[in-house]
Design a protein around this ligand. Structure first.
Ligand code: ADP
Ligand code: MG
Length: 592
């Protein structure tokens, strides 16, 4: 992330040099278009690249920004610096509306909905008399800055270039700041499905709407600039074709990288101009053949370079470990903890049916403060489903769960996690391209409060340092201190599982639910895990443990709950359970 920032600052230094260089006006104009397009693509980097939500409708948001300033400056004489904010307001309102309707859809519905949205706005712009129908609005003024008694005209040349690229660079820096923050980590967790993010207390829907709005706002600013650059607006610049082209730019450049937006915008703009002239000459008849070339190029890029062209460059750049600046940070606020002997979790006759299959059949048990309860049973017994019922990932067919005396039966998993119940997953869920430290910091999400704006402006620094310190502390506690800056995706299975436990601990839970934490761990790692569990227990933590490794279970658990085919077989101390013939028959398969 630091390297990316450095490269953006280098670009910032280059902008005035380019503006002063004796470049032909044609190239300055090209750079202005590239800057405008890159601004739209920057939004797509966040929305599609990071958030995994595909939108073909960005051109429509560009249109809202452009038409707002065009209509207002022409009809009311309002200053374009004010119309920018009116445009942003209108864009935010329409993006919120479209987002609320479409972002609950999954799979291919969202891209389809954005196509419909793009088309609808295109025809609206083309049919409104007030907006000049398909001819659009003509005769806009260029931007100017009041200065002394007169004003400086920004025009369409070098000053406009400086303005556009300054906005682009500010946008890129804000985006990089955002991605490296509490809300940024939440946004980065969207792509991996919602289960893990929600279990960390993150409202995935809220963040989907947020990035949809942010991407639309980037597009709207680009539209405002475009209107005053071209001094005319008409629907053709904001139709579906442009919507697709913006996505082309982002995908070909590399939709996951801020630089990909700039590279993609430059490449497609230059190639577009070239092909529009070259292809008709080659083929002999006129037509938009460049669209075909782009289509083929996009398929090839998606097949052979799914991370876009910039990823090739990014791979060559050395990766610097994160600068450690949090040694002196204060600790994050801690939750109140239950007193020894309190009942932390009361599971009362919970039941789950999947169609005709009763996966969990009226299971009841309690966990006291400082107790380690093992939930065991053969594969398919219903252990993970029980976990999901307690943590709110699945809804119960019937039954009740009380957590520290409160009924949490109807709460969604993110609210349950906010109350101090943390979990790991049977199949590790993480963000592979984030470091171990950042993945673990995600667990502290509910203990912070910084939002999107403060993260973009970097006023969240002290909270960020506190989160990093907590993440490091939890990793060191579990013996993972050597892996802080490692890419999580590069870890072996054992360390991945330990990382998940550290992430759960980062939430400062009163109850920890571990689903097969020892699977894939080496003998030594298992011993380490047992030591950590005992240490946590000593600190008053309650733990529900699903585990197949019987040595570990018998070693650390105070109490066992044995399930078979969804029903409770027996419960008791490890010694009692081991001595129970029914358990031996069902679970260990030793006798019949
Ligand atoms: P365990 O974790 O003890 O191995 P699970 O809780 O994963 O068992 O599964 C219990 C039973 O419920 C199994 O028969 C499994 O096939 C079934 N099951 C689990 N999840 C679902 C689901 N989402 N839909 C239908 N059946 C499911
Ligand atoms: Mg399971």
């Amino acid at each position: 992330m630091n390297k990316q920032k450095l490269s953006i600052w280098l670009l910032a230094a280059a902008v005035p040099l380019i503006a002063l260089a004796p470049l032909p006006d044609f190239w300055i104009a090209q750079l202005n278009y590239i800057g405008l397009y890159a601004l739209v693509c920057l939004g797509l980097v966040l929305l599609t690249g990071v958030g995994g939500l595909t939108s073909f409708g960005q051109a429509a948001f560009v249109g809202i920004g452009a038409y707002t300033t065009a209509w207002l400056t022409l009809n009311t004489g309002m200053s374009p610096w004010l119309t920018l904010f009116v445009g942003l307001g209108l864009t935010a309102a329409s993006a919120l509306l479209v987002g609320f309707i479409t972002l609950r859809m999954s799979g291919h519905y969202l891209p389809l909905a954005t196509i419909a949205w793009g088309l609808a706005l295109y025809y609206l712009m083309g049919n409104l008399d007030a907006l000049g129908k398909y001819d659009g609005l003509l005769g806009l003024k260029s931007l100017s800055i009041p200065w002394m008694n007169g004003s400086i005209d920004i025009g369409q040349g070098r000053l406009f270039f400086v303005l556009t690229w300054a906005i682009l660079i500010a946008g890129a820096v804000a985006l990089l700041n955002l991605l490296d923050s509490r809300p940024g980590r939440a946004i980065r967790s969207l792509k991996g499905g919602s289960q893990m993010a929600e279990a960390m207390g993150i409202s995935t829907f809220r963040y989907k709407v947020t990035i949809f709005v942010i991407a639309a706002l980037f597009a709207s600013v680009a539209g405002w600039l475009l209107a005053h650059f071209q001094r005319t607006v008409n629907p053709s610049a904001f139709g579906l074709k442009m919507g697709i082209e913006y996505l082309f730019m982002a995908v070909i450049g590399g939709v996951g990288h801020v630089w990909g937006a700039i590279v993609g915008a430059a490449l497609i703009k230059l190639l577009d101009d070239y092909l529009q002239v070259a292809l008709p000459a080659l083929i002999g008849t006129s037509g938009s053949y460049e669209v075909i070339v782009f289509g083929v190029a996009m398929v090839l890029v998606l097949k052979y370079l799914p991370d876009g062209l910039w990823s090739v460059v990014a791979r060559k750049l050395p990766k610097a470990p994160r600068h450690v600046d949090w040694q002196n940070a204060a600790e994050l606020p801690a939750r109140s903890k239950p007193a020894m002997g309190d009942v932390v979790l009361k599971v009362d006759k919970i039941r789950k049916q999947f169609g005709g299959l009763v996966a969990v059949n009226d299971i009841s048990f309690d966990i006291g403060a400082g107790q380690i309860v093992g939930l065991i049973g053969p594969n398919g017994a219903g252990k993970s489903t029980t976990f999901n019922l307690i943590t709110g990932v699945l809804s119960k067919t019937s039954g009740q769960v009380l957590f520290r005396g409160q009924d949490i039966s109807a709460l969604p998993s993110r609210d349950i996690s906010r109350q101090g119940m943390a979990r790991t997953f049977q199949h590790v869920k993480m963000i592979p391209d984030m470091t171990v430290l950042e993945n673990v910091a995600l667990g502290a999400y509910t203990r912070g409060s910084s939002g999107v704006v403060s993260s973009m402006l970097r006023t969240n620094k002290s909270e960020e340092q506190r989160m990093m310190k907590e993440a490091q502390r939890q990793l060191e506690r579990i013996g993972m201190g050597a892996y802080l800056h490692e890419q999580a995706g590069n870890l072996a299975m054992g360390p991945q599982r330990l990382m998940e436990i550290a992430r759960a601990l980062c939430c400062d839970p009163a109850l920890l639910l571990l689903d097969e934490p020892a699977a894939g761990l080496r003998h030594k790692e298992k011993q380490g895990l047992a030591a950590v569990l005992r240490q946590l227990q000593g600190e008053g933590m309650s733990i529900l443990l699903v585990e197949h490794d019987m040595d570990l279970v018998m070693d650390v658990c105070d109490h066992l709950v044995v399930m078979e085919f969804g029903t409770l077989l027996t419960r008791g101390t490890p010694a009692e359970v081991q001595a129970n013939p029914a358990v031996r028959a069902a679970y260990l398969g030793t006798e019949h």
